[in-house]
Design a protein around this ligand. Structure first.
Ligand code: URP
Ligand code: ZN
Ligand code: ZN
Ligand code: ZN
Length: 488
């Protein structure tokens, strides 16, 4: 395969603009975007007439080769990325979760896991405890390792959950480093309480998962995280927004001018909780993830929030456990490993649910699936755009052809799929990653080892103007009130 490519005659879509043009690629980089580019016959030409040519998807939220202690997700950096590329996603940001040890050890562990990568990737880092060492390591991660975001779990009591004191310490540290604070927003104490109650009532099946952690539990933690971030005056990113309750807290904060980002995920937009009541345990257990998939109505509200700008980008939280692993919780929903698939399905689902239905334009689609993620994590316009100088991560979507989702044909190692049987309009026919055609004619051509680690620099646009707000606050503080000494 030559290292030059011409994508010919398609509608090139960026987040702010679309035009009919050719895209010329050399050595993995977009060189020009213009109508009627002439090339020699040694250049591979891909016809895109009548199709959309868009930046490859960036999935801001994945868990590949995630070891939860008693087991690990079935998708590693090879199978998970194969699935991603077959579904038009050309970069993902995975969570380094340093379960027993230092951030450095965690980072090195994930560096090894990611060696087989065939697409570009970045890392978020999870903070699970607080001491001087963690604080120092955070600094090292930002200054030397290309990490600009840290996730804090307000749930998973006794495992990952941190308290408000740590949350405040973490937020302050993030602010000083120019790193983005992210939260898993569920009240872990309330979840624990809810779980005990379900078990006492004899509700041990997957429906107990939803019943034990209702939307109010997510709304409370979202509100608390937002207010603490406001108190510290640092930007906040709320991962996997699953409910109207959480979304409305984000809407309110944004309206007041606070820098809060809300990330709904594919399952929250496309599914409803009724699956958790399915009489077949294996089917119901597939849908167990946290926060839970909600009642119908939440899905539509999250879609509307995306279309009106209340929420800014879509992730997946791809965290794949097969039916044998899920069966660990056959007698107790608390033991079902949490997580659903989505890395392969997100781009198709968002197109079908949001564009095909008329809720957003193709430009909005590009923004929600790629550009905004690149901006938030400070790698735009290297990623998230079809512009001269940008990485050649490109998809071709045919709006007139259809996709169908099934565990029988997907590329994940999962034996199940939460979107089994779902079909829709708009198929991603070609994926180009780093200038290589990796997905064409329903076939993958992968080169393990060609994916690169993308360093993400601190102080994204979200930090603009924060110092001004700090200065105004400091100026507003009055000198101590002088009081006359009183006797006895
Ligand atoms: O259920 C979920 N979401 N599993 C993945 C870990 C997380 O909380 O993101
Ligand atoms: Zn233009
Ligand atoms: Zn989470
Ligand atoms: Zn997650």
């Amino acid at each position: 395969q030559s290292n030059q490519l011409l994508v010919k005659g398609g509608t090139v879509v960026n987040a702010h603009h679309q035009q009919i043009a050719d895209v010329y690629v050399e050595d993995g980089v977009i060189v020009s975007v213009n109508p009627n580019i002439k090339v020699g016959d040694d250049v591979t030409v891909i016809d895109a007439l009548g199709k959309y040519v868009m930046p490859g998807g960036i999935d801001p939220h994945t868990h590949l080769e995630f070891d939860v202690g008693f087991t690990a997700t079935v998708d590693d950096f090879f199978s998970g990325q194969a699935a991603a590329l077959a579904g038009g996603t050309t970069m993902h940001i995975d969570f380094v979760i340093p379960l027993n040890g230092s951030l450095i050890a965690g980072f090195e562990d994930y560096e090894k896991k990611a060696k087989k990568s065939c697409m570009d990737y970045g890392f978020h880092m999870v903070i699970t405890k607080w001491d001087e060492n963690v604080s120092r390591e955070m600094e090292l991660m930002v200054k030397e390792k290309g990490i600009n975001s840290f996730k804090f779990f307000m749930a998973y009591k006794g495992i990952l959950m941190i308290n408000d004191e740590l949350l405040l310490e973490g937020f302050k540290k993030c602010k000083s480093l120019g790193a983005l604070a992210m939260v898993h927003a569920e009240n872990g104490d309330a979840v624990y309480e809810g779980q005990e109650k379900m078990i006492e009532l004899g509700i041990t099946g997957p429906e107990g998962h939803a019943l034990s952690r209702p939307p109010v539990v997510e709304g409370e933690a979202t509100s608390r995280a937002i207010r603490l971030a406001d108190f510290v005056n640092t930007p906040l990113y709320v991962v996997h927004v699953m409910s109207i309750d959480a979304m409305e807290e984000i809407a309110k904060a944004r309206k007041s001018g606070q820098k809060v980002i809300g990330e709904p995920i594919a399952s929250g937009l496309a599914l409803d909780e009724s699956w958790l009541w399915h009489p077949d345990f294996d089917i119901a257990a597939k849908y167990v993830m946290s926060p839970p998939i909600r009642k119908r109505g939440h899905d539509r509200a999250l879609q509307a929030a995306l279309s009106t700008g209340v929420l800014q980008l879509v992730g997946t939280d791809h965290c794949a456990f097969n039916s044998t692993q899920k069966a660990r919780g056959i007698d107790d929903f608390r033991k079902i490993p949490n997580g659903v698939n989505g890395i392969e399905e997100r781009m198709h689902l968002v197109w079908d649910i949001m564009v095909e239905s008329g809720q957003i334009t193709p430009s909005d689609y590009v923004r929600l699936t790629s550009t905004e993620c690149a901006r938030i994590f400070n790698i735009y316009p290297k990623k998230g755009a079809i512009l001269p100088g940008s990485d050649a991560d490109i998809i071709i979507l045919n709006p007139n052809s259809s996709f169908e989702i099934s565990a029988k044909s997907h590329h994940s190692r999962l034996d199940t799929n939460v979107y089994e049987g779902r079909r829709g309009k708009g198929k991603i026919e070609v994926t180009i990653a780093g200038g290589r055609v990796v997905w064409e004619n329903d076939k993958l051509k992968l080169s393990p080892g060609t994916g690169r680690y993308i360093q993400m620099p601190p102080f994204s646009y979200l930090f603009d103007g924060l110092d001004k707000k700090d200065a105004i606050y400091l100026n507003s503080l009055q000198a101590p009130v002088k009081r006359a000494k009183t006797s006895s």
